[in-house]
Design a protein around this ligand. Structure first.
Ligand code: GLA
Length: 300
């Protein structure tokens, strides 16, 4: 192990394909231009100095996954915690990139997924870690979570990606995330209806992206939200109200709850020429994101 090391990894958005990754479905996330940076050196015990909460369990878990000796780690992050753009995946992937930069990106994503599960007890899928590791600037990733085969799909510059924090923050461990996963795995008809319709929407969304049909993309986001709200039951009244406000805001093609849910953030796709009037009609802080390269993408 080198003595001093550094790593950096982006947060992610998920355009569509929610609560299907852990069932082997297809998802369409993108890495975004908000990064977590880490540095460290060997130390007698694992230690972390961080401006983000909850780090030590993550650091230890990924260290064990990668089989490295204890390290003292420093973390700085532009990825807001608990806001739905996967601060924990950004932290884990940054650590993996710092501790083992030559690792294969898929292997790194899987190691980070296992570390996340170990650190939190939440049986998350691989989507967030995969996007943070292998996302591509200018693109989304169409990822088949059953095989880990993926395709990069160009994302149009004219469409702005907006993430809006509902202010309802939660740690996944205190939500029914594991319960929803169990219900879907057990074949509960309502949960399955969400999963099957969501997978169909991912394919329809990619087709709309290829055809540059932004209104259709927005309509699919709305359908995804309704399905997450009514069939998968991971939304909250507060998040529903925010999503509905976005649906009627200036320049908005569509919006939905994003990520695990039970609070967190919403995603809106907005006409890039109308971001200011969209922000005025939402009247709350908005994180406009651009797509970025993942930590394990080798750029010349
Ligand atoms: C969280 C998990 C992901 C995925 C989403 C829901 O972000 O980390 O694996 O299951 O929730 O789509």
């Amino acid at each position: 192990m080198r003595s001093e090391w550094k790593g950096r990894a982006p947060g992610r958005v998920n355009l569509i394909g929610e609560h299907v990754d852990y069932l082997g479905g297809v998802v369409l996330p993108a890495a975004v231009d908000r990064f977590t940076e880490v540095s460290g050196h060997p130390a007698p015990d694992w230690a972390i100095a961080s401006d983000v909460a909850g780090g030590i369990a993550y650091v230890q878990a990924i260290g064990e996954e990668l089989g490295v000796e204890p390290q003292a780690v420093r973390v700085t992050s532009q990825v807001p915690p608990s806001a739905g753009i996967s601060s924990s995946a950004a932290l884990l992937v940054a650590l993996a990139a710092g501790l083992n930069p030559d690792m294969d990106g898929k292997e790194a994503a899987l190691a980070c997924q296992r570390a996340e599960q170990k650190a939190t007890g939440v049986r998350v899928g691989v989507m967030d870690q995969f996007a943070s590791a292998l996302g591509r600037r200018g693109c989304a990733l169409l990822l088949d979570c059953a095989t880990l085969e993926y395709e990069v799909v160009p994302f149009p510059e004219e469409v702005a990606v907006a993430v809006i924090d509902s202010g309802e923050h939660r740690s996944l461990a205190s939500t029914p995330y594991n319960q929803r996963r169990r219900e879907a795995e057990a074949g509960d008809p309502k949960r399955r209806r969400h999963v099957d319709s969501e997978v169909a929407r991912v394919h329809a969304f990619v087709e709309a992206l290829h055809g540059r049909d932004f209104n259709r993309m927005g309509e699919l986001l709305k359908q995804s939200h309704r399905s997450l709200r009514d069939d998968f039951e991971v939304s909250t009244p507060n998040v529903d109200a925010l999503v509905e406000r976005a649906w009627s805001a200036h320049g908005c093609y569509g919006a939905r709850i994003m990520g695990a849910g039970f609070g967190g953030s919403i995603l809106a796709l907005v006409d890039g020429r109308q971001t200011e009037s969209f922000a005025r009609s939402m009247a709350r802080p908005i994180l406009f994101c651009s797509t970025a390269d993942g930590a394990f993408v080798k750029t010349q």
